[in-house]
Write a protein that binds this ligand. Structure first.
Ligand code: HEM
Length: 125
């Protein structure tokens, strides 16, 4: 029998995928991005920045409530999540600098999100 954790992970992965797809649709349908590239670039930068900040705020808030903050060595699963967070923050600039990376990001970003969710749900390290 598949565990609750497994369905939790599948559920979160589905949410990540649909949010990515709808974000892409919002920017490409009807040529929105071509018609107003400045608005597009500014909007995704604001969304990216807010997302990165809220993950940090929520993540450390949960850590404090789990009592993991104070002095105790961070568990491996948390280091992996912080690594994913830093990667998600940094890769936003890649497609602008190296356009060939834009498409692969469609797979890399959900994979990173799934990895972070897997670490939070299963805590394997
Ligand atoms: C600074 C980076 C991060 C920190 C400090 C952090 C911390 C945490 C903590 C403490 C929990 C709760 C674990 C528990 O209830 O036992 C959690 C849950 C979760 N985190 Fe993060 N996280 C970070 C980054 C991320 C990123 C980048 C993602 C995905 C893109 C993510 C996805 C999740 C998910 C989906 C859960 C909920 C899992 C569940 O349903 O129990 N986290 N995180």
């Amino acid at each position: 029998m598949l565990s609750y954790q497994f369905y939790n992970l599948v559920h979160i992965l589905g949410i990540i995928l649909i949010m990515m797809a709808l974000g892409g649709i919002a920017l490409t349908a009807g040529g929105a991005a071509e018609r107003n590239p400045t608005w597009t670039r500014r909007s995704v930068a604001v969304l990216q920045g807010m997302g990165i900040f809220l993950i940090l705020l929520g993540g450390f808030g949960m850590l404090a409530r789990l009592g993991i903050m104070h002095g105790s060595g961070w568990p491996g699963w948390l280091w992996v999540k912080v690594g994913v967070w830093a990667t998600l923050a940094a890769i936003a600039f890649l497609p602008y600098r190296f356009p060939a990376t834009a498409r692969p990001l469609l797979l890399v970003v959900p994979a990173l999100g799934g990895l972070a969710a897997y670490m939070a749900i299963y805590k394997p390290l």
